[in-house]
Design a binder for this molecule. Structure first.
Ligand SMILES: [Zn+2]
Length: 474
């Protein structure tokens, strides 16, 4: 390596020492009062030595497993949440009603019929209609993007299966997801508008496993509903390779998916009551539901385990923080934010007293950045928290997570701990979302980080003000 990179390393090492060390950089900051910082710091260090979080997510994945919206298993997850929160020592543990959509996958299959017949691995997108019992048989046309389909002549599309071949890029911050995912949500109606018979998409995922990635899609009201499924990435490659031969490619798609009547279920809520201002709330959220294919370990059993264990550790302190730390296991995030909407509605009079909200819903990778959506005058506090955790400080426009969206109009301040998502989208929404993908040490680092942050905000003599107008980014 060159001499220049050697110099850079030295500077980087020096900056790392300054930002994470216990030296002048911390004592010179103006954010956290020293007693709050000391307790937050000891919560952080103790959690790194080992927590119950892995046991919690193991229990959820082993004893409940897949728990999609509307299923009996979602109710079993609610019962698990109530039982587990009580066992962990939370107060006021309760189920809060939410109305859930109910969609079932049924049996599904796909095969290339010509020019070279082969079965493929696919999964219906959540919310898709089914096919007739003997399937849909049609020629496939490939498009590279949503915009590309709009430019096609309806005569080319009518009666065909449109294949969206959009590849998601791997990134630590998961930013490839936001760029790729519109195809999943909107692809079916955009193709149906031109007369397509069905839609296939390349999985929104970064792996090369033969495990397709499901996820929610939605239909536009005034357009015919056509079936939509995701091919695993290797099968998307296979289909593209047959199409590249120039010979017409035909495909048979069979989806047994169907919508059923809505059902009543619930979010689960529990509190660690504050010692001085119990009516003021620091909310730690995650979502209780999962997709149906895996056991929902990283999405979002991990997040629930992290938040429950972080709050439990705060509850174990000899002196509780000034404010209440509340954990909400939101019902059905994946298929329409049912629990989040119900919570914001049921607690609308109380949202002005929610002094912070955070959500853990990005797997189990280590925390590497803290971002926010708080009164800009309070950013020195966030900077101090970043130092305490030894992580970067992100911008002040972060929405914190999908379940926090419905609370945004009440300007609830948000702190967001970004997790390393480099491998998250290898497993996300697949049958491969299972417990073995979680490293307990990474989970502990998340618990340590959230415990320190939630404690610090709950015990501040002041607060984080109110968030600026508007919703932060996801
Ligand atoms: Zn999730």
């Amino acid at each position: 390596m060159s001499r220049i990179s050697g110099v850079r390393l030295t500077v980087a090492a020096f900056l790392a020492l300054v930002s994470t060390g216990a030296g002048w950089a911390q004592t010179a900051s103006s954010g956290l009062p020293s007693d709050v910082r000391a307790t937050a710091s000891s919560l952080y260090k103790q959690a790194l030595a080992g927590t119950k979080a892995f046991d919690i997510v193991r229990s959820l994945t082993v004893e409940v497993g897949p728990r999609p919206a509307g299923s009996k298993a979602h109710d079993a997850a609610v019962a698990w949440g109530l039982r587990t929160m009580k066992e962990l020592g939370f107060s006021n543990v309760r189920a809060e009603k939410a109305t859930l959509p109910h969609w079932e996958r049924g049996a599904e299959s796909g095969e290339i019929l010509a020019p070279w017949p082969q079965p493929v691995h696919l999964a219906a997108l959540g919310g898709s209609v089914g096919t007739p019992g003997d399937g849909i048989e049609a020629q496939v046309i490939e498009v590279p993007s949503l915009d590309a389909v709009d430019k096609l002549d309806p005569a080319q599309v009518k009666g065909k299966i449109v294949f969206y071949n959009v590849r998601m890029e791997r990134a630590k911050d998961g930013s490839g997801y936001g760029r790729a995912v519109p195809v999943r949500g909107a692809g079916a109606s955009r193709a149906a508008k031109l007369g397509a018979a069905a839609v296939l998409i390349r999985s929104i995922g970064t792996d090369n496993n033969r495990t397709p990635h499901t996820g929610a899609m939605r239909y536009q009201d005034d357009i015919e509903k056509i079936p939509a499924a995701a091919l695993s990435n290797p099968d998307a490659d296979l289909l593209a390779a047959q199409i590249a031969s120039g010979k017409p490619v035909t495909f048979r798609l069979k989806l047994g998916a169907r919508a059923l009547p809505e059902v009543e279920s619930a979010s689960v809520v529990g509190d660690i009551p504050g010692r001085e201002k119990p009516e003021e709330i620091v909310l730690l959220g995650c979502h209780l539901d999962s997709w149906d294919l895996g056991t929902g370990a990283i999405d979002d059993g991990a997040g629930c385990a992290i938040m429950m264990e972080a709050a439990r550790r705060i509850g174990q302190l000899p002196r509780k923080p000034r404010r209440t730390v509340r954990v909400v296991l939101f019902a059905n995030e994946e298929f329409g934010l049912s629990g989040a909407r119900a919570y914001a509605e049921a607690h609308k009079d109380e949202l002005a007293r929610h002094v912070m909200a955070g959500e853990s819903d990005f797997g189990s990778g280590r925390v590497w950045r803290i971002a926010s959506h708080v009164d800009p005058a309070k950013l020195p506090l966030v900077a101090d928290l970043a130092k305490l955790l030894g992580v970067e400080q992100g911008d002040n426009e972060n929405g914190g997570g999908a379940d926090l969206g419905p609370m945004a109009p009440a300007r609830v301040p948000v702190l967001a701990l970004a997790q390393d998502g480099t491998y998250y989208f290898d497993y996300h929404h697949t049958a491969n979302d299972t417990l073995d993908k979680i490293d307990p040490k990474d989970l502990d680092q998340n618990v340590a980080s959230w415990a320190a942050v939630a404690y610090a905000v709950a015990d501040l003599p002041g607060d984080l003000g109110r968030a600026p107008e508007g919703q932060g980014r996801e």
